[in-house]
Design a protein around this ligand. Sequence first.
Ligand SMILES: Cc1cc2nc3c(=O)[nH]c(=O)nc-3n(C[C@H](O)[C@H](O)[C@H](O)COP(=O)(O)O)c2cc1C
Length: 222
Amino acid sequence: MKVYAINGSFRKEGNTDIIIDKVLEGAGSRGAETEKVFVDELGINSCQGCLECRQEGICRQEDNLHEIVRKIEEADAVVIGSPIYGNYMTGQLKILLDRLMGVISRITYVPGGGIKSITRLNPKKRHIVSILTAGAPTPECADDALKLLRRMLGSLANGGSMEEIVAVGINAKGAIVFPREEWIKVAAKYGVQDREAYAEKSMARNREVLKWAFELGQKLAD
Ligand SMILES: Cc1cc2nc3c(=O)[nH]c(=O)nc-3n(C[C@H](O)[C@H](O)[C@H](O)COP(=O)(O)O)c2cc1C
């Protein structure tokens, strides 16, 4: 069982990274082989818009994309994470997805409207986990990013599970694991009156996210 994780954040040990690691820890605890990469370190150029991939399923640019496609193809589970930047995913993850679009999937236009992606890769069952993290207190900011991830990654699933984690209310690096004192400081910065209650609520919410991430990881490998 191979789990391949792609982190669209720049921040190592940031919120997205910590949640991805929890999923991988859960999967690892059930014997899965795990690998995580940061998009920023993959050396992926921007899409040049030639549209050749839409016809051939191959990108003619010679960079590390081909290796990433191979890893995705091999994987039994793919985990993709990104912080929300401007109500979307990070630019570098979008660049990767632009490059992958016509290579991992073929787009068809559904009669009556809409787009459907059909896999070009080995159509084996893959479990998919999308992780989005945000400073905003509510999850709507992730809606647009999820729309693209569901369509693209959905084409890889072939009957595998499609899970999503949207962690909100976390801005600072590592806020997902902040202790009470740090949350009290955040509450003070935001002018919150009942700082204890704010800290308690934030910590409880984050604990739930991390517990769920771990359990999801276990489920991937079971
Ligand atoms: C350039 C930039 C844009 C951001 N835009 C949003 C946004 O639109 N909505 C939001 O809720 N948070 C936004 N954030 C906050 C991040 O989503 C948040 O800090 C996240 O936890 C960072 O995850 P990381 O630690 O994995 O990098 C933005 C952060 C940056 C740096």
